[in-house]
Structures are given as C-alpha cells and as structure tokens.
Design a protein around this ligand. Structure first.
Ligand SMILES: Nc1nc2c(ncn2[C@@H]2O[C@H](COP(=O)(O)OP(=O)(O)O)[C@@H](O)[C@H]2O)c(=O)[nH]1
Ligand SMILES: [Mg+2]
Length: 458
C-alpha cells in the first residue's frame, strides 16, 4: 500500500490570469479542506464526500462576501495530486481571484510554486516524470499532431514502452548476476547468443525512438518551410495565397522582398512555419545582398523547401544544378519544385519534369495539391502513422542516446566474450538512464529543472 505524502496546503490560480467568465483556484495539501471550509459559507465542506460540488460564498476574516463560488472537494488519494484538494470556481477577472487567494493565504495556505501541484502528483505516484512533462508540453501544444503526441505521453504510452525495455534489461542483468553468484563453479547459465540477440533487438528499438526525435521536434515546433527561388518567381504571392491574406509585399519589381518574412499555417493538424525569402541572384544592392545571404542561411535550416520558378520564363540549367547540390547537401530536407504562373500558359502546358507541380500563386490553381504534397512530405519523411510513438522532449532524447551508447558498449562486451561482471556494468547504466526518463531514478536537481518549466497552478 502506497503511503501518500502530506505536505502543507498550497493554493494557486489554475486557469490563465486575465479576463474570463470563470476562474478556478486550486488548493491542495494537508488540511486543504479544513482551510477552505473556514472561509466558505455554505455546506460544511469537512463533512461532504469526495468528488462533490457545493455552492457557497467565500468570505474574508471580517465576514465580507468576496464571491459566490462552486467548491469541488476531492479527498486523498483520489485527486490530481493524491492529496486533499479543493477546486474553487469563482467569477473570472483579475481582482476576484486575487482576493480569494488572499483569503486562502490568511486561512493558512501558501502560494504554490510553478509546477508544484504536478510535482506532488509525481511524488505521490499519480503520474511518472515523462507523463508530468507531457502536461507541460500539452499546455504549449500548437497543432493537432503535437496535441496527439502529448496526450499519448500523458496516457503513458511512452512510459509503457520504456518499462518494457527496463524489464528486458533487468532480465539480462539478472541472468548475468546469477552467474556471478556461482562464479567459483564457472558456469554459464545464460546462453550468450540468445542474450546478445535480445540486446540487439533492444538496441534497435531504442534507436527507433531516438531517431523519432527529429520528427517529434518538427511536430512540436512546426515544420520549417522555406519558400525560395529567383526574384519575381512569385514567392511572396505564394506565401500570401497560402495564408489567405496579404502578408508580404508583392510587386513586379525584382528584389522587393529583402528580409525573411515568417508566418504560420496549419494543414491537416500539422504546423508549418512558412518563410518567404529574398530571391536568389547576384545583385549590386547591399541590402538585397544581405537578404540573399539570409535566404541562404534559412535554406540551411529548412525541413521543407518550396522552390518556386516562373514557368513562363522556363526552367534553367542553373536552377537544376542549384537544387541538385542542395539535395545532396540536405538529404533530410524535402523539396517541392513549383512551376508558377501557369495562368499565363496554355491549358496543355506540362512542366519540364514530372515531379514539378504546376501552380498559379495568383489564381490559387494547384494549391490544394501543393498543400497535400506538403503534408505528405512530412508524413513520408518520418514514417508517421497515427499510432507511431515519438520522442518530443530533449531530456528524454538525451537520456535515450546515453542508453543507446551503454547498450552499444554491452554489445561489444558480449562480442568480446567479456566476463559477466564486466557486462553488467553498461547494462546497469542503461537501466539507470531509462529510469531517469520516467523518474524511477531522479535527483532533486532534475525535478526542480522540470517543474520550474511549468506555470504556477499546474
Ligand atoms: N500571372 C501571374 N503573375 C504572378 C503569379 N505569381 C506572381 N505573379 C506576379 O509576379 C510578380 C512578382 O511576384 P512576387 O510574389 O513579388 O515575386 P517574388 O519576388 O518571388 O516574391 C508580381 O507582379 C506578381 O503579381 C502568377 O501565378 N501568375
Ligand atoms: Mg518577394
């Protein structure tokens, strides 16, 4: 039976500060129900059962009514934190919640630190560390995919997978340690080839998770999409058309866009960060030259390149060479080549290469196909399916990479037929690394770092 920690009562606004019809204040800890009850006029909250809602008034120590509220009581351990919790729904707005918090502090509660509620939930075993971090990520999720990834981590799918890894590793270590106990007898209980096979499988699975990080991050931060091409190809027109509004200045004068313009677009629940750039050409204008330099720099970071050319002017050798070189240098960047201004060409115009997408940035022709291709490019690159598990958190990524190194070391040890006491060492360090992700192994330092990223009230 788990023993729940009973810490001092803390209080904080759980909803975003500012205007709103309602605000929720959360109180958690030892004596939380008694403290709220002492400033609550209505039913005696100390006697009500768990998971019930009660109408009443919050009053200050002079008996003045601050607000009419609903108080929801959760008794330990059946609450978010595992402690006694009261959630007070009051009227929104900055003042009311401030006044109620003051009353609660008078009644003996303390203002919560950032992430303190979730930290208590973690310490009480209500969620593991990876899940707690998913709470923070969920608050910041900006697209449907990001949301899905966070929910999955919150529901513990990642933790589940990591536990499977740990179990397999524990099995390995146990087998080897058993041999150590019988060292004098010089026996090998475990079949080395079988252990090595298990280790290789584990290595491959951890490797898969590690490689998912690039895509996980892309989903969380948005796909960095760069629109590039020669001056006057129609890049800014394309940006505006994709966004459905006039974001960038469009003109017939080449070299109009000199700085990098950024905006965001959601397609199919994926976030794209669109960057419109200065056209690539040699120019005498120093401002435009700086623009071209910036274009080349953003091209280095792109995950997706939309290369636009003016189909009425034709596709040049020079551009083909530029793209070939680019593709070689950036094998991980998806490239879509767009033959623009086809409204000026005859209806039976066909682009010079079959993979060029004919579009008219001005009329919007071909943009639906372009959008589909943009989404598809991300899905293809990442082997993304609705149920793929992704790493989106840099801390998890770092720990998994260290796990991978340890597994590698163990594999080499096996191949060199090292004695079991030496094989156990890297395996134990892999176990340790996996444990740091879910929090089975954690230091005060790591906990403080993680929970300080939360907002107060979480
Ligand atoms: N007919 C036609 N004109 C276009 C199209 N796209 C852009 N233009 C024109 O081409 C010129 C340059 O466009 P702009 O978007 O500023 O090009 P950028 O220099 O690549 O950003 C402007 O006069 C646009 O109106 C198109 O699809 N069809
Ligand atoms: Mg432009």
């Amino acid at each position: 039976m788990r023993t729940y920690l009973e810490e001092d009562p803390i209080c904080a606004l759980a909803t975003p500060p500012g205007q709103g019809a309602l605000a929720v204040i959360r109180v958690s800890g030892r004596g939380a129900i008694e403290r709220v009850s002492s400033c609550f006029r209505g039913k005696d909250l100390r006697t009500v059962s768990s998971h019930t809602v009660h109408f009443g008034r919050i009053v200050n120590d002079r008996g003045e009514v601050i607000d009419e509220v609903l108080a929801t009581v959760f008794r330990a351990p059946r609450s978010y934190t595992g402690e006694d919790v009261v959630e007070i729904s009051c009227h929104g707005g900055w003042l009311v919640s401030r006044l109620i918090l003051e009353v609660l502090i008078q009644a003996g509660c303390r203002p919560a630190e950032p992430g303190e509620f979730t930290r208590r939930a973690f310490l009480n075993g209500k969620l593991d560390l990876a899940q707690a971090e998913a709470v923070a990520d969920l608050i910041q999720a900006s697209s449907r995919w990001a949301h899905r990834v966070c929910i999955e981590h919150l529901e513990g799918r990642l933790s589940q997978r990591l536990r499977e890894f740990r179990d397999q590793l524990l099995h390995l270590v146990a087998m080897l340690e058993l041999e150590l106990d019988f060292a004098e007898e010089d026996v090998e209980f475990a079949d080395r080839t079988e252990l090595l096979r298990l280790l290789e499988r584990l290595h491959a699975e951890v490797q898969r998770l590690v490689s998912s990080f690039a895509l996980g991050e892309t989903i969380r931060e948005g796909v960095l999409t760069v629109i590039a091409g020669r001056p006057n190809a129609g890049k800014s027109t394309l940006l505006n058309q994709l966004l459905g509004r006039d974001r960038a200045i469009v003109s017939a004068i080449p070299g109009t866009t000199r700085d990098v313009i950024e905006d965001q677009l959601q397609l199919d629940g994926l976030l794209f960060r669109l960057l419109d750039t200065a056209g690539i050409r040699d120019t005498g204008d120093i401002i435009e030259e700086e623009g071209v330099r910036r274009t080349l720099r953003t091209l280095e970071q792109a995950r997706l390149l939309l290369y636009v050319y003016d189909a009425t002017a034709g596709w040049t050798e020079e551009e083909a060479r530029f793209l070939d070189a680019y593709r070689t240098r950036h094998p991980d960047t998806a490239v879509l080549v767009l033959a623009n201004k086809i409204d000026q060409l005859s209806p039976d115009y066909r682009p010079p290469a079959p993979d060029h997408l004919p579009i008219s940035a001005q009329t919007g022709h071909g943009l639906e196909r372009l959008k589909q291709a943009m989404v598809q490019s991300v899905i293809d690159r990442g082997n993304l399916t609705e149920d793929s598990l992704l790493i989106t958190n840099a801390r998890h990524y770092a720990a998994l990479k260290r796990t991978l190194e340890a597994l590698q070391e163990a594999q080499e040890g096996f191949q060199q037929r090292l004695p079991s006491d030496l094989l156990v060492i890297p395996l134990k360090s892999a176990l340790h690394e996996l444990g740091t992700i879910t929090g089975e192994v954690s230091s005060e330092e790591v906990l403080s770092y993680i929970f300080s990223r939360f907002c107060i009230g979480k």
